[in-house]
Write a protein that binds this ligand. Structure first.
Ligand code: DAH
Length: 344
């Protein structure tokens, strides 16, 4: 039996030398080292030998088993290397291909525009004040000089909550009242803030109007603030935002919380004033509503309007982004369509 085992061993080694494929290799493993393999069976038969031969046979059979297992591992590694080299050569793996890109997110176009607006106002000394999205009717309307049955309330179709008097703010202007109370030290301290944030209107969705959109409100309160300060400040903002060469113009307007009220236009960002679809061939694009804070509003903020004055403005970042980039439909902003978002 020992002789037979030795010859199996020699044969197994010889065969192994000729094997070049992993299929054949595993077949070899099964035939010699598997459950019913020759070496395994020989080992199992040890018990049938005469007692005095068992120990020597068993020892040798184990040696052979280990030697074949080592030889197998060595051959397996060799074949693996060989097969890898071959598949590389045959081009199954193209090592010259660039790696797969991990997609990274980007800032939303509204966020990008907001951040530019913050940066410019910050350079001009305006701090960011975050007012609330859920407002009360009083602060959103009444304290801003829009009493309950004032026709101007029609300008702001409102989302009401189930709690009477609690609404979603229709504009960022109520933040003016809150900022005056929080920063004004009972009408004794000057204020220079911008108030950015989401506004909500119960409106028919269209290319021009969304039910939610951002506004950036501005408020300056001091002892000697005049209309010229408003005009100079907002013109400077427009030049920093849209280009130093841009001209700015002011038109008279009406808002209940400012007196006088104006609207601010800047030369069209697309055509530079020659006329194009973005500016509807007027050469001008509206960028803000503004005005001198109404005495009633100053009073509601805790200031004495005979001593204090101020200016305010409100601008729409999505509108600005639309004008600058020629975006035709405001609904793109909150649809989360990557084909739109990836362009910014
Ligand atoms: N709150 C106005 C709106 O939503 C925008 C606005 C106009 C804000 C004039 C102001 C302002 O502060 O002075 O249409």
């Amino acid at each position: 039996m020992l002789e037979q085992l030795e010859s199996t061993y020699t044969q197994a080694l010889a065969e192994l030398e000729t094997i070049t494929h992993s299929d054949a290799l595993h077949d070899w493993e099964r035939r010699y080292l598997g459950k019913k393999g020759a070496v395994t069976l020989a080992l199992r038969a040890t018990g049938q030998l005469p007692k005095d031969e068992r120990a020597a046979f068993g020892k040798r059979a184990n040696e052979i088993k280990n030697a074949l297992a080592d030889a197998f591992t060595g051959r397996e590694e060799m074949i693996r290397q060989h097969e890898l080299a071959q598949s590389l050569e045959e081009g199954e793996i193209d090592v010259t291909l660039p790696g797969r890109r991990v997609p990274t997110g980007g800032l939303h176009p509204a966020t990008q525009t907001l951040r530019r607006i913050y940066a410019i106002w910050a350079e001009m000394g305006f701090q960011v004040y975050r007012s609330r999205d859920v407002e009360d009717d009083d602060t959103n309307f009444t304290l801003l000089n829009i009493p309950p049955h004032h026709p101007a309330r029609d300008m702001w179709d409102t989302f009401h909550t189930t709690t009477p008097g609690v609404i979603l703010r229709t504009h960022t202007s109520p933040g003016q009242i809150r900022a005056m109370h929080d920063y004004g030290e009972n009408g004794t301290a000057p204020i220079r803030v911008i108030l950015p944030g989401m506004c909500y209107r119960y409106e028919q969705l269209s290319a021009r109007s969304e039910i939610q959109f951002n506004q950036v409100e501005g408020l300056a309160v001091g002892r000697h603030i005049h209309m010229t300060d408003l005009k100079g400040t907002i013109a400077e903002f427009a030049r920093r935002m849209f280009g130093a060469e841009k001209r700015v113009r002011f038109r008279g307007s009406y808002f209940p919380f400012t007196e006088p009220s104006i609207e601010v236009d800047v030369e069209c960002m697309i055509c530079g004033g020659d006329g194009c679809p973005v500016c509807k061939y007027t050469g001008w694009v509206e960028i803000a509503g503004a005005g001198m804070v109404h005495p009633v509003v100053l009073q509601n903020g805790g200031y004495d309007p005979t001593e204090w004055s101020g200016f305010a403005f409100g601008m729409g970042p999505e509108r600005m982004a639309m004008n600058v980039n020629g975006i035709k439909d405001i609904r793109y902003f909150w649809q989360n369509d990557l084909r739109f978002l990836e362009q910014f």
